[in-house]
Design a protein around this ligand. Structure first.
Ligand SMILES: C[S@@+](CC[C@H](N)C(=O)[O-])C[C@H]1O[C@@H](n2cnc3c(N)ncnc32)[C@H](O)[C@@H]1O
Length: 193
């Protein structure tokens, strides 16, 4: 399956991803540029696995370890740094924002046709799962953070960014969906660096 077909399939009816096709295409190109680099592919903020499947396909390497972290209970509450719009969005969903289905990422990977990646699905809050699993993950070739809120992005950066093999923006891809995303990301990055 080529990249355009895969992205179209992942976006169809929002079964596997909430990320728009144009954005997935841009992410695909970034991930493809490091396809030969050894190390794990890590995604924080998986939902139904669409972006993870697309990026793992782009950065394909035989028997690459793929680590997928999510609560699969939706986002935590936004904090003060996220602003009023984020709070309103969260409240309008009754505190159930972006609740994914843990059975879907495996289905999304099946669509890619890749059968030899080694999937590690880790359910729980990043604050607990990332420090616990970081030593086992080791070197990271691609780190994709798609976790909406300031505190969530920050903990991902704090725990995992030191393990990114070539720690510059070409090997760190971040997309933050939702409102005032750019500002939250900038703030989280500045607080980290
Ligand atoms: C925008 S969705 C991810 C979208 C997904 N990448 C896609 O392809 O559609 C954000 C995800 O981050 C997860 N999340 C956000 N903050 C988290 C945290 N602190 N711990 C665990 N999961 C978190 C939510 O459960 C949600 O599934």
């Amino acid at each position: 399956m080529n990249s355009a077909e895969l992205i179209a399939r992942m976006c169809a009816r929002e079964e596997f991803t909430v990320i728009p096709a144009a954005r997935l295409k841009a992410l695909y190109q970034i991930a493809q540029s490091i396809a030969g680099m050894p190390g794990a592919f890590v995604e924080c903020g998986v939902w139904n696995g669409g972006s993870a499947a697309v990026l793992a396909h782009a950065a394909y390497m035989r028997r690459r370890h793929v680590w997928l972290f999510d609560s699969w209970e939706g986002t935590p509450e936004p904090g003060n740094e996220d602003g009023q719009q984020a709070r309103a969005k969260y409240d309008s969903h009754g505190g159930k924002l972006c609740v994914g289905d843990i059975t879907k990422p495996g289905q999304a990977f099946a669509v890619t046709g890749i059968t030899d990646n080694i999937l590690h699905l880790r359910k729980g809050w990043f604050e607990e799962t990332l420090p616990r699993d970081a030593p086992e993950i080791g070197d990271i070739a691609v780190l994709h953070i798609d976790s909406d809120w300031y505190a969530s992005v920050k903990v991902c950066l704090q725990v995992l960014y030191p393990q990114v093999v070539e720690a510059d923006l070409s090997s760190l891809t971040i997309t933050v969906t939702g409102l005032v995303a750019e500002q939250r990301l900038t703030n989280a990055w500045q607080a980290y660096s």
